[in-house]
Design a protein around this ligand. Structure first.
Ligand code: BGC
Length: 346
């Protein structure tokens, strides 16, 4: 599967890179544009495992391409993320890559960068209501469809009760995951196959908020739950703690996303049912390559687009994969994302 995932992703990136020319290609903010460009990478947080992979892979690829990367992380604080971007802009970066904590708040950073003639690429999460230059992400609606589809399939034939833990309301992705889940759940609810006994948003994607939501669900509707639909592994980590305390771990289906090492371990142990593997290397590599092009004021093209409330942003969506006990070997391990030893604790 390793070569297959890599090849599919590579050919997808290549096929997507046709046909959609960006508006912002030339600018003067880039004093380094023709030599060794400096790219600013402003991150929401580095506290969550997935984002550490993103940073390492992005920086490594950009370096291979002859660029320097300045990385800053805002620890989930919007004021700090704006300040981070201001600092990067005054450090003479030639392109700015942002993983926003709050997709609405970071429109200001796009404006500031554009005033300095610096193009902006949104990485993984969309920046709303701005003249964003490029958006590179995974197929987030598909993530939600696969999560919900897994449950609907496994729960076939029961009148199943599901608790839904949604992501952070400040992250546009959380709504896209929900949209994908709704696409699959709504027909099943209409058929009477599924009942959502409780659902809520988990602020800041924090596991402690996931625990609160699941505890509230149990207080409200009891322990008779068939599945917890978690939008990401960071939430399933919190949910599974609650299930362990309730003696329900392993008896209730739990979804996730990101193929975090601890989630992969829980999947083979049996307390988590599935996760979504998003080959971060493909995203980080493509983003680094495009950021270097933007920094060098080369033409960048993207075939898709996504409306951010102000414009249709040129966009690229990368494919995602379901991982459970049976496919752990052929996905995450075959792709070298985690070792077999680390997952099975050998
Ligand atoms: C990302 C997920 C991640 C979540 C929490 C989302 O925007 O797409 O991969 O689990 O943020 O960090």
């Amino acid at each position: 599967m390793k070569p297959r995932i890599a090849l599919v992703a590579l050919s997808l990136v290549l096929s997507l890179l046709i046909g959609f020319t960006l508006r912002r290609g030339a600018g003067s903010g880039a004093s380094q544009a023709s030599g060794r460009p400096i790219i600013g990478l402003s991150m929401d947080t580095l506290e969550v495992e997935r984002w550490q992979h993103d940073r390492d892979l992005f920086v490594a690829r950009a370096k291979e391409l002859g660029a320097e990367v300045l990385v800053v992380s805002a620890n989930g604080n919007d004021t700090r993320q704006i300040r981070d971007c201001e600092a990067l802009i005054s450090n003479k970066i030639s392109a700015l890559v942002i993983i926003p904590h709050d997709g609405a708040a970071m429109a200001k950073a796009v404006n500031l960068a554009h005033e300095a003639k610096i193009p902006v690429l949104a990485y993984d999460r969309l920046i709303l209501n701005s003249d964003l230059d490029l958006y590179l992400t995974f197929d987030n609606v598909r993530v939600g469809e696969l999560q919900a589809g897994y449950l609907v399939d496994k729960l076939k034939g029961r009148k199943a009760k599901i608790v839904r833990l949604l992501g952070s309301k400040t992250d546009n992705n959380a709504f896209l995951f929900k949209q994908g889940q709704d696409n699959v759940l709504n027909p099943a609810i209409a058929r009477g196959d599924i009942e959502i006994v409780h659902e809520d948003w988990c602020d800041g994607w924090r596991p402690e908020n996931a625990k609160k939501v699941l505890n509230a669900a149990i207080t409200k509707s009891g322990r008779d739950i068939d599945a917890v639909l978690c939008s990401a592994d960071i939430l399933s980590a919190g949910a599974i703690q609650v299930l362990l305390e309730e003696g329900l771990a392993g008896k209730v289906l739990v979804t996730g996303q990101d193929a975090d090492l601890s989630s992969c371990q829980r999947i083979v142990e049996g307390t988590q049912s599935m996760t979504i593997y998003k080959p971060i290397k493909n995203l980080a590599n493509a983003a680094a390559e495009l950021a270097v092009k933007l920094a060098r004021r080369e033409v960048v093209v993207a075939k898709e687009e996504l409306n951010n409330g102000k414009i249709n942003v040129p966009a690229i969506f990368l494919p995602v994969h379901v991982v459970d006990k049976d496919t752990m070997e052929s996905t995450v391990i075959a792709d070298g994302f985690h070792t077999r030893e680390s997952i099975y604790k050998q």
